[in-house]
Design a protein around this ligand. Sequence first.
Ligand code: T1G
Length: 704
Amino acid sequence: MSINVVSYENCNGIGLVLISNPPVNAISPEVVAGLRRALGAFEADAEAKALVIHCEGRTFVAGGDIASFGSPYFDTRPFNLLLVRLDASPRPVVATLHGTVLGGGLELAMACHHRLTLPETRFGMPEVKLGLLPGSQGTQRLPRLAGVPLTLDLILTGRFISAQDALAAGIVDEIAEGDSLALGIGAAERLVKANAPLRRSSTLKVAVDAATTQALAAAAAKAAEKPAYPALGAIVRAVEAAVNLPFADGEEVEAREFERLRLSSTSRALRHLFFAERAAARIPGLPREIRAREVRSVGIVGAGTMGGGIAMNFANVGVPTVLVETTDEALKRGLSVIRKNYEASAAKGKLSAEEVEKRMELLSGSLDYASLASSDLVIEAVFENLQIKREVCARLGQVCKEEAILATNTSTLDLDILAQATGRPADVVGMHFFSPANVMRLLEVVRGAKTAPDVLSTVMQIARTIGKVPVVSGVCYGFIGNRMLEPYMRETEFLLLEGAQPQQIDTAIESLGLAMGPCRMSDLSGVDIGAKVVNEQFEAGELPPDPSYRVVVRKLFDLGRYGQKTEAGYYRYEGRTPLPEPVVATVCTELAREHGISRRSNITDQEIIQRLMYPLINEGIQILDEGISYRPSDIDVVWTAGYGFPDHRGGPMFMADQIGLSEIEKTLEHYGRMRGNQFGYWTPSNLLKSLAASGEHIVAWTKG
Ligand code: T1G
């Protein structure tokens, strides 16, 4: 009998259930229905002495179908009932495992009596990354198989473990090399022959000892520190139920907690980001199977903070990388900073000493552009100045081999001008890394007017190889992230002039969950860096004709207050601790007087949040309307992966729908009336207005 995604057959007296639901055999409603029919067939098949459950394709079930969790009809009970039937089967049930056995997949395996796995299989319970807990008896069976401490570790972190560790923990029973189906049948036949009592995970006792009690207490304490992630506390309560209650009662606790989490805003936000990060890899109009160029060696021009961090990404994955600088001293400094970074990781146990040396051996330095002649990908990361970058790009256009990809790390300059300077614009693309480049996951891939499709596709692939989350941006000032950051910083400075203090602004924004408020962020990234960008825009006549625009950062720069690097910026610093700085209040008071801005003491946290976040959202919607960004979820990936935006809020676009687009439009207009809108700071974008009028959500919007 064969039903689309699940089939059943009797093979020489052994029942076989085959799941085939590419790409990862996710447990969709169709799979559940198929499993129910297949199990019914097995139960009616008196000739079958045992049952083997296995999957086709790259992996055994990798979890529940995340896309189905948002459905009002979603229900774990049908699947969970199947697991109870498997567990209770009087005949042996074997799961034969490969690939990544995750979430509901591991729960299905744990309901069987014997788990056989191939050696390279990995196991995990990553539901917590979706704001959930295992909703199919995983919180009840795993403690019975592997004990509470490891259960809490795996379910609270979502980390994967190897087959060998799973065997040692009692999660699987056997590791074997070969064809997983044949191995599964062999195991079933052995169980039938042995006719031993079946090991039902639901009947095992949970080991209760000091380690169990301590692990539960520690997990509960840590969960209480993160109220924005309710899954953490729910996991502890469900595992605790496994310790204290009979299986069926513990399952009820788990089911209640799961349903509450499934409907939570945090889980909906995290599930949105799960698909958002994968959607970002899809480039409209570009066939997914386009042939990418080989990237076996990389060249980096500039061994400064960015160049060095970028080089580390490639050394980390074994790609030989040459750094080119203008002086021996700069080159040596750049390479020594890289070594120090690796040694710091080694000191934390993240790298072995041999690994440090292996990566350093992949890095070489040169003062001669000729050493870039054989590189497949060359990234310039020199000083953010148009003239300097144009000269560098012109030289790369001559020196680099014909099929080399030329990338620029510019964060503010016009990519098309730099592409033109190379003389081969089709080979040019932007790779905008975020500092520290070897840490931040986001990579803005800037598509020039002439960037060749295979160049774009190659960079999207190499981005994932080096562990980045690539998001494509069109060419505009600041691309996606920095362009949206501009109104956010503009309003930060106006609020300072109107009487708000840096710590009030930062605290209000950090209460949303952002890692750092704007003033602390500027002090960390460098007030001088921010001021130089504003001053260059001012020189180029690119600023609004508003004399009070961004005057605070420029004044602090003039005063030599560059932030943490000078132990003084918006704050003064004792080490890395930011302390209120009366000087800044004085500076802002004087600037306010100079620009005729009245100061007041009634600025609320709500006003701060609205005036920083709503113009940021409005700019993001404008970027979508201009086609600079392909889709709203790309913008959410940019902000959660590159700017410390809280993932439990899903990103600025997801959050905009939670606030309501009409509310945002009305609030922008309110501040336009209150502050004046002479320079258009408060004008809602046309797309925002039309979506607000039609009551549609921005997250579902696609450019027609
Ligand atoms: N549901 C739906 N689609 C999924 C999926 C899932 N669980 N996992 C992957 N996909 C899609 C993904 O969107 C992409 O689609 C394609 O598969 C390849 O994924 C009841 C409730 C398995 C390690 O959280 O960690 O079980 O973009 O690009 O890098 O208690 O996917 O090609 O159209 O990531 O090789 C628990 C999530 C769910 C696992 C493979 N399970 N997935 O990584 O490929 S909750 C998870 C992953 C649950 C139960 C609870 C990874 C992977 P497209 P990919 P990959």
